[in-house]
Ligand binder design. Structure first.
Ligand code: F6P
Length: 343
């Protein structure tokens, strides 16, 4: 078969490991040929691609980012988008597509599949917010980066007797904040799923510091909002999937905490540092398993499905089902694991 690959949405450590696995097994076991579309769905629409073979892919396991580039292009928001996708498939004599992405990229894949396009999805996102899979590759790498940052922020916060607010990624789902906040021993963890009370955050900090502690780090997800009302975001720019660019809640929270408590407070926004660099071993392995699962799915009737991890097995889930609802942090996880340890 001749197969096209693409990576869409925010990049994530492990994308290259998926590409390597798909091309490796496809070429050696099935005799497939591959091209890689550049910059996600935009490259399909504009018919921009590069040839991919084992020689090009064998050494990319360790590389962060994606050798194919990425974009947040929505085929169905581009005039004639569907026809352009069909034309690119025809011109390049493609039998199938493997789309590696999060809910937006795979949402497009799902609609294309309903239009008869032969496509298999691979879930990626540092946010870990896809409900059909227990975990997405990239998530644990992002958590490790955030945890190491929190450890560093704690020591400087101790030296200077300051509060530090650490803002991590997570638009609707607070998995990164939750895991890194627990692992980093944060005084408080603020998630998009649970609007927070600024006064309660201040009260925790007063108790924490009242007990003689000097190092106080609060972790806040970029999508977290206070109960009293929503902070305005730093930008009103929206992408083709309608998402506002976030980033800024940490700064705003820091000045609010400082003015309410009198504690000297700083903020640090980790931003894209969480998405860059080489994947952890766990993510390399998961990405490789997903890639192998995807090329098998292309060959044995898995069109229209997304590969997923369930009970440590690689399974297939219909794309439409996979993108139907996000995986949010359940209230009981927060109540049972986070609340008892808060300051
Ligand atoms: O890919 C998901 C994500 O990392 C979100 O956590 C974050 O809100 C968004 O990407 C940032 O996107 P961009 O790179 O387009 O600024």
């Amino acid at each position: 078969m001749k197969i096209g690959l693409l990576t869409g949405g925010g990049d994530c450590p492990g994308l290259n490991a998926v590409i390597r696995a798909v091309v490796g097994k496809g070429s050696s076991q099935y005799g497939d040929e591959f091209i890689g579309f550049l910059d996600g769905w935009r490259g399909v629409i504009e018919d921009r691609s590069v040839p991919l073979d084992w020689e090009r892919c064998r050494k990319i396991l360790f590389e962060g980012g994606t050798i194919l580039g990425s974009s947040r292009t929505n085929v169905f928001k581009v005039e004639g988008g569907l026809e352009k996708v069909r034309a690119a498939l025809k011109t390049n004599h493609l039998d199938a597509l493997v789309a590696i992405g999060g809910d937006d990229t795979l949402g497009v894949a799902s609609k294309l599949s309903a239009e008869g396009v032969n496509v298999v999805g691979v879930p990626k996102t540092i946010d870990n917010d896809l409900s059909a899979t227990e975990v997405t590759f990239g998530f644990h790498t992002a958590v490790q980066i955030a945890t190491e940052a929190i450890d560093r922020l704690r020591t400087t916060s101790e030296s200077h007797n300051r509060v530090i607010i650490c803002e991590v990624m997570g638009r609707h789902a607070g998995w990164i904040a939750l895991y890194s906040g627990i692992a980093g021993g944060a005084v408080d963890v603020l998630l998009p799923e649970q609007p927070f009370d600024v006064e309660e955050v201040c009260e925790r900090l007063r108790r924490h510091r009242g007990a003689g502690r000097r190092g106080s780090v609060v972790v806040v997800a970029e999508g977290a909002t206070p109960k009293e009302g929503t902070f305005s975001t730093t930008s009103s720019e929206v992408d083709q999937f309608g998402h506002v660019r976030l980033g800024g809640v940490g700064n705003m929270l820091a000045s609010e905490v400082e003015s309410r408590t009198g504690f000297e407070t700083r903020s640090a926004v980790l931003g894209h540092i969480q998405r860059g660099g080489t994947p952890l071993a766990f993510d390399r392995v998961l990405a490789t398993r997903f890639g192998i699962g995807a090329i098998d799915a292309v060959h044995d009737g898995g069109s229209g499905t997304m590969v997923a991890l369930q009970a440590d097995k690689i399974v297939r889930v219909p794309l439409a089902e996979a993108v139907a609802a996000p995986k949010l942090v359940p209230a009981d996880f927060y109540a049972d694991v986070v609340m008892p340890l808060l300051g």
